[in-house]
Design a protein around this ligand. Structure first.
Ligand code: ZN
Length: 130
């Protein structure tokens, strides 16, 4: 182990407050949020369990040290999938955001907030005002 790697080797968390490993040395049951997501899991209310620290010249992190926070896969829970009723409610809400209150049609895109109407109606308003 190089000197920096040794400096980041702290499985008991004595030095860093939480268990810490150098890059690529964390035990396999500890995963980042993204790694959990890739397996269809979420942290499930658990706190960050450990971290990986490494030195990076690319990012201007404090001291050039970057951290990745790890969660225990044994405490992770399956990702929530929306129920059919939730999906229906979402579809309704999105349809409402696309429906122009002036001409009453589904514009096919979310209406720009500053206009409050579809682009055609906004265009027509401008033309009649001019
Ligand atoms: Zn319209």
């Amino acid at each position: 182990m190089s000197r920096t790697r040794a400096a980041f080797f702290d499985p008991t968390g004595q030095r860093y407050g939480i268990p810490t490993w150098p890059w690529r040395m964390a035990p396999p049951h500890l995963l980042t949020f993204r790694q959990l997501t890739a397996r269809g899991l979420r942290p499930g209310g658990q706190q960050v369990q450990a971290q990986v620290l490494w030195r990076s010249r690319r990012y201007r992190a404090p001291g050039g040290i970057r951290a990745a926070y790890l969660y225990d896969i044994r405490l992770a829970l399956p990702k929530r999938t929306p129920t059919p009723r939730q999906l229906e409610a979402l579809a309704k809400a999105n349809a409402a955001r696309r429906t122009c209150p002036t001409c009453g049609t589904d514009a096919g895109y979310v209406l720009p907030r500053h206009l409050g109407t579809c682009l055609d109606c906004a265009d027509g308003n401008e033309r009649s005002a001019a």
